[in-house]
Design a protein around this ligand. Structure first.
Ligand code: HMG
Ligand code: MG
Length: 283
């Protein structure tokens, strides 16, 4: 088994954790959550999403949230599904952006109303604009193992999206088990292959916990050489267009497991239970 000395945890709770909540979480409460997370040692937090406010009303306060993050001086990521979103994010002076495309076409069409090819073509136009503005670019590949609409997702489907992001010069790629149905074997095999096919690319593991395998999937991803993971405080989360899926893997459980294995995260573990309780109280 392979145990790295440290792993980066990227906290996605304020965005992926909250986006699916029907009742609007007050912007002031989101700010408290972000500040408490930043004070606990997270180097990067995904805090906002410039998606259509009518489609995901929970993220309608994206500009106000990123203004707050800029004032705090933290490194944060904001989601931008299209050129309009990129425009809004650049106006708000966002420095780390995530584009997202599904490996399954049905999901992508439901999620962002575009075919995969249309989304990849739009991303191709977005990357140079973002890069010219000095923005760090993350690419998400959603439904990278299976899909609630199409079932199994092949390696070739994932590779197609990854190749396009790599050609565009993505700074990192987050491989998403969006519906939380992956298992350690497919995670290990798929990530090992991706790292062989794209040796210069930084991959991040993004696991939801529908089947209860997310911690095991993280361990499998570590064996494949992945050392960055997206997690959500309190295990909050879910995608509005991924029916039946539960939340992201809980930050506090991942940190507890890694620290118990003597893998450093730089996060103040003792603070997480209190923040998780606060986060769960918001929803
Ligand atoms: P659309 O309706 O197809 O957009 O939405 P359009 O291009 O046809 O434009 C229609 C109107 O919307 C126009 O206005 C645009 O200006 C406006 P009009 O001319 O009619 O007045 N518009 C916008 N306004 C504000 N912000 C924008 C924007 N874009 C267009 N960005 C769109 C396309 C992608 C915007 C929409 O489908 C959308 O917002 N989808 C987001 C869905 C979402 O947030 N899903 C969850 C996140 S993905 C996820 O959770 C998975 C992930 O976590 C990975 C994992 O878990 O594995 C990343
Ligand atoms: Mg997610």
């Amino acid at each position: 088994m392979h145990f790295p000395s440290s792993v980066e945890i990227i906290e996605v709770g304020p965005r992926d954790g909250l986006q699916n909540e029907k009742k609007f979480v007050a912007t002031e409460d989101k700010k408290v959550l972000i500040q408490r997370l930043a004070e606990s040692g997270f180097q990067r937090i995904e805090t906002a999403s410039f998606v259509h406010p009518k489609i995901v009303p929970q993220m309608a306060d994206a500009s106000e949230i990123v203004d707050f993050c800029n004032e705090l001086g933290i490194f944060y990521i904001a989601l931008t599904p299209n050129k309009k979103a990129l425009e809004r994010a650049l106006e708000a002076n966002v420095k780390q952006i995530a584009v997202f495309v599904g490996a399954s076409n049905t999901f992508n069409e439901k999620n962002i109303r575009r075919t995969i090819d249309e989304s990849l073509a739009e991303c191709k136009e977005m990357f140079p604009i973002a890069k010219a503005n000095g923005v760090f670019m993350r690419g998400y590949v959603s439904m990278a193992f299976s899909c609630p609409y199409e079932g199994a997702v092949s390696y070739e489907q994932v590779k197609k999206v990854v190749s396009s992001f790599v050609e565009n010069g993505a700074d990192e790629l987050s491989i998403g088990d969006t519906n939380g149905r992956a298992n350690p074997r497919i995670v290990y095999d798929r990530l090992t292959r991706l790292k062989e096919d794209f040796p210069d690319t930084t991959f991040v593991g993004h696991f939801h916990d529908t089947s209860g395998f997310a911690l095991a999937n993280i361990l499998a991803a570590i064996q494949a050489g992945v050392t960055k993971f997206d997690t959500s405080i309190g295990g909050l989360g879910g995608c509005p267009f991924s029916p039946g899926s539960t939340g992201n893997v809980a930050t506090e459980k991942v940190v507890e497991m890694l620290h118990a294995m003597n893998i450093n995260t730089g996060i103040a573990q003792e603070r997480l239970a209190g923040i998780a309780e606060f986060a769960k109280g918001l929803v």
